[in-house]
Design a protein around this ligand. Structure first.
Ligand code: C2E
Ligand code: MG
Ligand code: MG
Length: 773
């Protein structure tokens, strides 16, 4: 559409330009440019044409007017005597004067023997033909008539050309120029006068100087003479290019010189200018928007270029070109380009404004509402509900695969959400989304809906070449609250879901307190290491057959000065979320290794390692350093790794594990059987030990549960891996596991997690009591 308008405007501009050119409104500019061009390439006259002027001096000398024709007779005689070639009178002899004088002149003409010519003026007879003001018949019998008409440019009333002949009822009359110059080449019916001829070099004589013999006849010999009125008072004047006002005979002499020089000029008028402008317009229309400065420069350069071309055309190609239309055309085009540019900028500003408005209420990458956009929606009078959704593991992904991959993942997630057809979707935080809608008061329905969404949207996402398993968790809230409050509640519920390691959590007022506590712990954890509030407990691990102490698992405790003892189950996920687990993990490894280096050589220390540590720190270097500092042999360190959904880059975990194995460190799967990963994962990684999760150990309610336990132990045995049963709380369980072939046991039955001093006491005690056979 825009393009059509552009074409329309340019065509209109070209039409205006044509109108300007044809109406003569550009004439003044053309006149100046044309004159300037003529002045640059002056042409020398032939020197064979002489103008004898009835000038003011002659008029003064003679004293009367009109002159008796006897004077013309004498002049003619004198010229013929001097041996001139031709004499053409640009004087009106169409009416009779006194008979005697006319007879004298007739005689002189006769004496001239056909080398004298008399002016004839053609004019419209008003009936479509031409009538001539011819010389009197008695003169015409002796001297041929020559046409002295010139043609004026209608736009500026300046002489520019003359017809080479004209015909009336009495026959054809050739022009004075044609008669005197007698060109040997074909001449067009109308000839452009070449006003570049240097008229200062044209020989001009005073009538009376010639008449009274004051001119050397030798000068006149062989010349062609034009006699005519040169004095202002005689009013035989024309406006001409470059030279301004010229008398009739001078104009005729210039025409004669034009033909003598053999210069037939073609007048192309405005055509080249219009064509060039059209061409420029075409370029402007077809090129995609270039800078206005460039367009300006191009147009600026084309102005002198046009003039140079016009000059070249005139000097070398004998072409007369009116360049004003080109210049005006260029200006017009520049104006249009400016307007076009201005319009584009206006459109650009409008688009930017629209985008700004969009961005104020939307999230650009996903196109969903922003938090503010969701709040700004026209509010519903119904009670509202909000479900907050969060893909898990995005922080780890951001660290391992980069921001762009995560952004694309989130955009994909947003699109899936949209496809599911939920209205009023928003991205309320970098990786938190929300959907809002009317609440029908059915809490069960809302919970089912949240569960449905997390199930539908959890799964594999393909981003670039990555195949990512993403788990979605949800927090929801509903009730007689305004939208901002509901959004806050849903977010609180989301945090709670994450802390509880559940997928969906509905907001309850207790969550606020939990949230507060969560925030508090989050804030205080960093200072806890430095403040010495963290300490390590050790829970003994027993060889089930001999019931001897073979090692201990390091378990962290936080003595919060105000909140009391805080479980690692609560603060470890927090440390994982904030990344503090990296520093914390390093500290535990160093402490545990140092402690264990003082134990008997048979004792292994087990340390829990979070999956985050695998992905964000150089775990191999950290472990190597801890071993080096403590002097603990690597085979006495066992790292416990839980199977986790938070593993976003299994390849990295795998390489690290193999490096640790090469180091000689032992590896165990913690909480085996509850995790997310497949048995293939388990098979392909270099684990030495399987820690059977407490839930399998403690729940022996059915024969099936026992069978499952037995199967896990058998599986590990076949894979040549040790088994550690966690959570043994009584002898019966210990005995059962022993029977089933489980290697080691750990649990309250043997000992709760204890400070290191207590562990050492137990060791001491053990060395004093004999082991079971
Ligand atoms: P886990 O590694 O599976 O540790 C075993 C948990 O079971 C410990 O809880 C321990 O106190 C408890 N437990 C041991 N025997 C019994 C029993 O007979 N009955 C019952 N009911 N529980 C028993 P704790 O110390 O609260 O630790 C919880 C979890 O916190 C650990 O589970 C581990 O995943 C994590 N954790 C603890 N310390 C650290 C640490 O230093 N680093 C890391 N990354 N995680 C740690
Ligand atoms: Mg453990
Ligand atoms: Mg465990």
């Amino acid at each position: 559409m825009r393009q059509i308008v552009r074409w329309g405007v340019v065509i209109a501009a070209l039409l205006v330009l044509i109108g300007l050119s044809l109406s003569g409104m550009l004439a003044s500019l053309d006149r100046r440019l044309g004159d300037w061009r003529l002045s640059l390439v002056p042409t020398q006259p032939s020197g064979t044409t002489v103008v004898v002027e009835i000038d003011s001096k002659s008029l003064a000398e003679v004293g009367v007017w009109p002159w008796p024709r006897t004077m013309h007779a004498s002049l003619l005689d004198r010229l013929m005597e001097a041996g001139v070639e031709d004499v053409a009178f640009d004087i009106d002899f169409s009416s009779a004067s006194d008979d005697w004088a006319d007879a004298q002149f007739t005689a002189a003409l006769e004496r001239a023997g056909g080398y004298a010519y008399l002016a004839a003026f053609g004019q419209d007879d008003g009936a479509g033909g031409t009538s001539f003001t011819r010389p009197l018949p008695q003169f015409a019998e002796q001297a041929d008539p020559v046409l002295v008409n010139v043609l004026l440019d209608p736009t500026n009333a300046r002489v520019h050309s003359l017809p080479m002949s004209a015909t009336d009822a009495f026959g054809e009359v050739p022009s004075l120029a044609l008669e005197l110059a007698r060109p040997e080449f074909p001449v067009p019916p109308v000839v452009e006068i070449d006003f570049s001829i240097d008229l200062s070099r044209l020989a001009r004589l005073s009538y009376t100087d010639v008449l009274y013999g004051r001119i050397d006849p030798a000068f006149l010999a062989g010349k062609q003479v034009i006699v005519g009125a040169g004095a202002i008072e005689l009013r035989d004047f024309f406006n001409t290019p470059l030279h301004g006002i010229l008398s009739g005979p001078i104009v005729q002499a210039t025409a004669v010189e034009t033909l003598k020089a053999g210069r037939i000029l073609s007048n192309w008028g405005h055509l080249p200018g219009l064509l060039l402008t059209s061409f420029g317009a075409l370029i402007l229309l077809l090129t995609r928007r270039s800078s206005i400065a460039f367009t300006g420069l191009a147009l600026l350069v084309s102005a002198p270029l046009t003039e140079a071309l016009a000059l070249f055309a005139y000097a070398k190609l004998d072409l007369i070109v009116h360049s004003a239309s080109m210049h005006v055309g260029l200006l017009l085009l520049f104006g249009l380009a400016l307007a076009d540019d201005g319009y584009s900028q206006l459109l650009g500003r409008r688009a930017a404004l629209r985008r700004l408005r969009f961005l104020a209420t939307h999230d650009a990458p996903t196109g969903l509402y922003s938090r503010q956009g969701l709040l700004d929606r026209p509010s519903s009078t119904h009670p509202q509900m909000v479900i907050a959704l969060q893909p898990q593991g995005t922080d780890e992904l951001r660290a391992t695969l980069g921001h762009d991959v995560v952004e694309r993942l989130l955009v994909q997630f947003a699109h899936r959400l949209e496809h599911a057809g939920f209205p009023s979707l928003a991205r309320i935080a970098p990786s938190t989304f929300a959907l809002a809608g009317d609440d029908n008061g059915d809490a069960d329905h809302l919970s089912k809906k949240a569960v449905y969404i997390t199930r539908e949207l959890s799964g594999i996402y393909h981003v670039d070449e990555h195949r990512l398993y993403v788990e979605i968790i949800a927090g929801y809230a509903a009730g007689p609250f305004d939208l901002p409050e509901l959004i806050n509640q849903a977010e609180t519920a989301l945090v709670q879901a994450r802390a509880n390691r559940t997928n969906v959590h509905g907001f309850s007022p207790a969550d606020h307190a939990a949230m507060e506590r969560h925030r508090r712990l989050d804030r205080d954890l960093r200072g806890a290491i430095a403040g010495g509030q963290l300490r390590l407990l050790y829970q003994p691990q027993i060889a089930l057959r001999t019931r001897k102490l073979v090692g201990a698992e390091t378990l962290m405790r936080w003595d919060h000065p105000e909140l009391g003892l805080i479980s690692p189950a609560e603060f470890i996920p927090l440390a994982e979320e904030t990344g503090l687990i990296i520093d914390l993990g390093r500290w535990i490894l160093e402490e545990a290794c140092l402690e264990a280096s003082r134990w008997p050589d048979s004792m292994v220390v087990a340390v829990n390692v979070s999956p985050i540590q695998f992905q964000h720190s150089d775990l191999v270097a950290v472990v190597t350093e801890a071993l080096r500092r403590s002097g603990l042999p690597p085979e006495r360190l066992e790292l416990e790794i839980t199977e986790s959904s938070r593993v976003t880059d299994p390849r990295l975990v795998s390489t690290t594990m193999w490096s640790l194995q090469r180091l000689g460190v032992r590896l165990s799967v913690d909480d085996f059987g509850t995790g997310y990963s497949s048995l293939i994962y388990f098979r392909d990684l270099p684990f030495d030990t399987v820690k059977i999760d407490q839930s399998f150990v403690r729940d022996r309610s059915s024969p099936d549960a026992e069978a499952l336990l037995a199967a896990i132990i058998e599986l590990a045995r076949r894979m040549r891996k040790h088994t550690v049963a966690e959570g043994i709380e009584d002898e019966a369980t210990a005995a059962l596991l022993e029977r089933q072939g489980c290697t080691y046991g750990q649990g309250y039955y043997f000992s709760r997690p204890v400070p290191v001093e207590q562990l050492l006491q137990m060791l001491e005690l053990e060395t004093k009591t004999p082991a079971r056979a």
